[in-house]
Design a protein. Structure first.
Length: 1099
């Protein structure tokens, strides 16, 4: 590893020098050996001359079937630092067999203090499955007290395959902001998890760290409480920080203050955010935000642990917060990290005594886990009919057997194959027999192998009381696993028993917490509807004392925000609390689909308490829900808001939308109603978006009600004026001009006889003063290739704007992946700036042609718009491909022949350049090299009409691959993969689509792996029309013709000018497994929607 200066300095630092703004550490792996460069390694690690991003070599880490359970790591020499922010560059590539994104290769930066003690590591990047070379740049903050750091690379879990790194660089990051000494702000409440009890003081503490004494203007903290959507819940508050001594163990000063929120009208149950900021004139404020909710004691805590069908699970259960947060949420069984050892001194179960003290049941692991992992000495554990295992079980139960109820989970995600499985099953038998011999009341849950048939063949179902599976599937697929796949295996192999899931979750990174919370409700409803017995959401938390893992894919799994170990609830933590304490001991009774996509799930207990979980797959609808015999109904919404309604023995009017709602009531029907009815009132006119000035009119139609029965409730500080016109009621809504709310959330309580008999809700975007959009202009169109700048004046009066557009950077396609952003060769044709006047509530467009555009590169285009008052709105987006999609005016027959004239006139996109090819090694075989268009190439065309997006792909492949795969494995053979961004114009992505196409064991098949809309479910996509025509026998030459219904690309709206993001790869299997692909933009492996191509629908 070299420590170099910036080139102009002409100075080389030794390892003894400090890393500062003018120095850079580089590692290009060009030496003869890693040890000679000071690297420490474990497992199969070395230098690879056949694979490199730049130079002649790269770092290679590798695991195979024989070494899955052994560590594979590489650590660089320790490098001195001067603290502050660091900029890290690196290039990585992977060829891994990954069950999910936790089976990965990672690069981290580990920090040390002056005593050489590790201060923890910050993850820089994670790679899973097959990804091509890609350079990345990240900025990290060195923790306080850090004087040195080192790179650490590893392949995690039992992940077979290879992982490469190259071109590492580390430098001190330049910071344009003046250093005013402010280092950290923390907002905290005294209640664990920031879940306040109703009787708790509503006081938040503010703590600020600084490396110098703060002047008066830096001691003032502005605070405001907002709802999830940014709506202010009270007037801004200001507190003055007071000195509070030194930060323990650090050369930093500490300042503190408190703010009392008791004067604010805060609701029990609702999610809130507290935001704090210290003004920095001329720059961004120094700020921090936390979240909190006021929640009563969990209702589930009144029941026995084994009566509540939920178990907690998180990354590491050894922290005392694990059982405490478990109980606070109402979950009655806590996962603990247990060791059943033959040596009594090694027997342990972290936090099990605390769990017992809190009245929780426990779920712990068994010695079979070590057999599954093939840990050192595993054969000795199985010897003599498992004598050591049996002794460990006896020792554990002798020490902890008083814990009741106790659940033992036999294993965790084993990876054994074939005959190896017999060793795992032998361990399960031994543990199960010994536990049942000692205490038959202990529930033994099987290893989390799901529906892997080889384990059923070996009879593992005999040695368990309940099955276990881990799932990150969509809600409907989760239900299919429970209600169809398990019963099929039971019919085939016997041993039908209850089913648990000790890990249900989702890959949450990049999604809003609103989307996560909504899916949590849906997954739990479908789990119990499918017949599941006990379930756990993954995960709760993981300590993050210096906020270094915030924003990572791992942190995205947590329902608590773990920054500075405050464990503040995310919106999904509130949802978790509500679903647990609404279901409690209720059992699933039945479910029903109303209309096209309103779903309702009914749960009831013996005393007659009922719960309905209701949601709509898409959109919203005002309905009347018949509830004969019911009285009071408590409605709980996605943000925890609670409303008490009165069914009066008839039912309630409510809105059912994409965000699930919980309804709790007594003495109602024992079944769901046969149909939904017309509500007592309904929204008939709601603006698509609300404006800060002018009139926002909302209209409500009444169904037999007087106008006095309805009032529109808006967020605090919004004004609402009401008028009546016959059977319609109009409301004029005006938000505050300075509100930072992103959406207008409106409630319409419906009153009768002094109580609310219904509650309708609507939520719409709240516009800023000006909107700026950039849309690509296709080739062949006037001004194309180029961009169209669209300025929309949201104000009520004309405005003048100045504008400037530039190409800020370019990414080039190399070896199947895109380069880092570099200076672009493309330019804006003059003029690149100008002035324009835009009428009130209107838009104006500026056509901006580009020169020097390559059809395969991605361009970063930036627009800056300034109004007459000097306020600036800037926008940067990617633009690529610039493909105009013709409209098919006559029917298109999907037959793979492409003989309609409209196909012949459609623009052709080609995959025939070396930069579009990516090959990867399989086992000992080297990655293939592209031999030219006859080896693998393709032509791609698009059409559209009001029903479909049509895609035609003509593939030239010299060798036909096998057809041994089907369903979710179609990507492993000759075929196509599409990655589609349905919201190319938006920063807020609702999701993305991934589709695979091929002809495998089931013949021609379309499969959806990722979906952005509930109306386009994952799994086999039978509504997609697919024709595959073999063009030349004995080769892989084939034509695909595909018609994708627009509903499978929602929320994209098919209309002229519509901008859809699209990536395609052509997979190649030359007979020994998929080992290459060619790509048209993006990458369907990394699921990167930033670098997709742009399709523009033509009139």
């Amino acid at each position: 590893m070299k420590v170099l200066s910036i080139a102009v300095l002409g100075l080389i630092l030794s390892h003894g020098g400090l890393l500062h703004a003018s120095s850079v550490v580089t590692e290009t792996f060009e030496g003869e050996s890693l040890s000679g460069q000071g690297w420490l390694t474990a497992g199969k690690v070395g230098l690879d001359r056949d694979e490199h991003f730049e130079g002649l070599q790269s770092l290679l880490l590798e695991k195979n079937e024989a070494s899955l359970r052994s560590p594979v790591t590489a650590s660089s020499p320790v490098l001195p630092l001067s603290g502050g922010k660091l900029e890290v560059e690196f290039a990585g590539r992977s060829d891994l067999t990954s069950m999910d994104n936790s089976y990965n290769g990672t690069l981290a930066l580990e920090f040390f203090d002056k005593a050489g003690t590790s201060l923890g590591a910050t993850e820089l990047g994670a790679w899973f499955r097959q990804t091509p070379w890609k350079r990345e740049t990240v900025t990290v903050a060195a923790p306080d007290g850090a004087v040195s750091a080192r790179f650490v690379a590893s392949i995690n879990k039992e992940t077979p395959g290879r992982f490469w790194l190259d071109a590492l660089a580390l430098r001190a990051a330049s910071d344009a902001a003046a250093d005013d000494g402010l280092k950290r702000m923390v907002l905290r409440f005294s209640d664990l998890g920031h879940l306040l009890y109703p009787e708790s003081p509503r006081v938040a503490a503010i703590e600020v760290w600084s490396d110098r004494a703060l002047p008066d203007d830096r001691r003032r903290v502005d605070l405001v409480v907002r709802d999830y959507w940014g709506g202010e819940q009270g007037r801004p508050m200001e507190v003055l920080l007071e000195p509070a001594g030194n930060v323990e163990g650090k050369k930093l000063l500490k300042y503190r203050a408190e703010v009392d929120l008791s004067s604010l009208p805060l609701e029990v149950g609702r999610y809130y955010e507290l935001q704090g900021a210290i003004a920095r004139p001329g720059g961004e404020p120094f700020s921090h935000a936390t979240s909190f909710a006021i929640l009563p004691e969990a209702a589930a805590n009144a029941f026995k642990p084994d009566e509540i069908p939920f178990t907690s699970r998180t990354w590491d259960q050894r922290f005392p917060e694990s059982p405490r947060l478990t109980k606070r949420l109402g979950i009655r069984i806590c996962n603990v990290w247990g060791r059943m050892e033959a040596d009594p001194a090694k027997v342990d179960a972290a936090q099990i005594d605390l769990a017992h003290e809190l009245g929780l049941g426990v779920l712990t692991s068994s010695p079979a886990l070590g057999i599954e992992a093939r840990s050192e000495g595993w054969r000795e554990l199985l010897a003599n009919d498992g004598a050591l295992i049996r002794k460990g079980v006896r020792n554990f139960l002798a020490r902890y057997g008083h814990m009741k109820p106790m659940v033992v989970n036999l294993g965790n995600e084993p990876h054994s194959k074939g005959e190896e499985i017999k060793n795992d099953v032998e361990a399960y038998r031994i543990v199960y027999e010994e536990i049942k011999k000692i205490d038959p009341s202990i529930v033994v849950v099987g290893t989390s192998v799901g529906t892997e048939e080889d384990y059923f063949k070996q009879g593992f179902g005999k040695w368990l009381d309940a099955y276990d599976f881990h799932s990150y599937e969509d809600p409907e697929s989760l239900r299919v696993i429970l209600s169809e796949k398990y019963p099929e295996l039971f019919r085939k192999y016997g041993y039908a028993k209850p089913i648990w899931s000790t890990e249900i979750g989702m890959n949450s990174q990049g999604l809003t917490r609103l989307a996560v919370a909504s899916l949590l409700y849906r997954k739990f409803a479908n789990f119990f509807a499918g017949g599941g017995m006990n379930v756990s959401w993954f995960g709760l938390f993981y300590p993050d004392p210096d906020a270094r893992i915030h924003g990572t894919f791992a942190a995205a799994h947590n329902v608590f925000d773990c920054r500075y170990n405050q464990y503040a609830p995310k919106l999904d933590a509130i949802a978790y609390y509500n679903v647990v304490n609404s279901i409690t001991t209720k059992k699933f009774v039945g479910d029903k689909v109303y209309g096209a996509d309103i779903r309702a799930f009914l749960f009831q207990d013996q005393p007659g308490n009922s719960l309905i979980i209701a949601y709509k797959d898409k959109g919203r609808e005002d309905v009347f829900l018949p509830l004969p015999g019911a009285g009071k109904v408590e409605m709980i919404r996605i943000d925890g808001s609670r409303n008490l309604l009165n069914a009066k023995g008839r039912g309630i009017s409510l809105t059912i939308g994409e965000e699930p709602v919980l309804l709790l009531f007594q003495n109602g029907t024992r079944t769901l109603p046969a149909s939904l009815e017309r509500p007592a009132a309904g929204f008939t006119k709601v603006p698509a978006r609300f404006y800060r000035d002018g009139e926002n009119l909302v209209e409500v139609a009444l169904n037999g009600l007087r106008a006095e029965a309805v009032e529109l409730k808006a967020p605090p500080f919004w004004s609402v004026d009401k008028s009546v016109d016959g059977g319609n009621v109009r409301f004029s809504v005006k938000p505050p001009a300075d509100t930072q709310a992103s959406e207008a959330g409106l409630d319409l309580p419906i009153r009768e006889g002094g109580s609310d008999i219904g509650l309708l809700c609507v939520r719409k975007p709240l516009a800023g003063l000006v909107d700026v959009r950039l849309t690509p202009v296709p080739y062949r169109e006037k001004g194309g290739p180029g961009v169209r700048l669209i300025i929309h004046n949201n104000g009520g009066a004309p405005q003048k704007f100045s504008w400037h557009v530039e190409v800020a950077g370019e990414q080039m396609l190399r070896d199947g992946s895109f380069s880092e952003i570099v200076l672009s060769k493309a330019k804006v044709q003059t003029p690149d700036s100008g002035d324009i006047e835009v009428a009130a509530r209107s838009s104006e467009e500026v056509m901006i042609p580009l020169s020097g555009v390559s059809p395969l590169d991605v361009y970063h285009v930036k627009a800056v718009v300034r109004d007459a008052a000097g306020k600036v709105v800037s926008l940067e987006r990617q633009a690529a491909g610039f493909v105009g999609v013709p409209r098919a005016l006559a029917p298109v027959t999907v037959d793979g022949l492409l003989n309609e004239p409209v196909w012949q006139s459609a623009p052709v996109q080609t995959l025939e350049e070396a930069g579009q090819f990516f090959g990867f090694a399989l086992g000992e075989r080297k990655a293939p090299v592209w031999k030219g268009p006859a080896d693998l190439s393709a032509q791609l065309r698009f059409l559209w009409d009001e029903r479909f997006l049509y895609v035609a792909v003509t593939v030239h492949d010299d060798i036909a691959g096998g057809s041994a795969f089907e369903d979710a494995d179609l990507w492993r053979m000759d075929g196509l993969q599409f990655l589609i961004d349905p919201a190319r114009q938006s920063k807020e992505k609702p999701g993305k689509y991934e589709y695979s196409f091929g002809s495998g064991r089931k013949g021609p098949q379309s499969w959806c792996t990722l979906s952005s809309d509930a109306g386009a479910p994952t799994g086999e996509a039978r509504d997609i029309q697919l024709a595959i025509h073999r063009d030349k026998a004995g080769t892989g030459d084939v034509t695909y013709e595909i018609a994708i219904p627009w509903k499978r690309l929602a929320p994209f709206i098919p209309e002229p000018g519509g901008n859809l993001g699209f990536t395609m790869i052509v997979n190649e299997d030359d007979g020994a497994g998929r080992d290459a692909f060619m790509t048209w933009f993006g990458n369907a492996h990394t699921k990167d929607v930033d670098t997709v191509g742009d399709l523009m629908l033509l009139p």
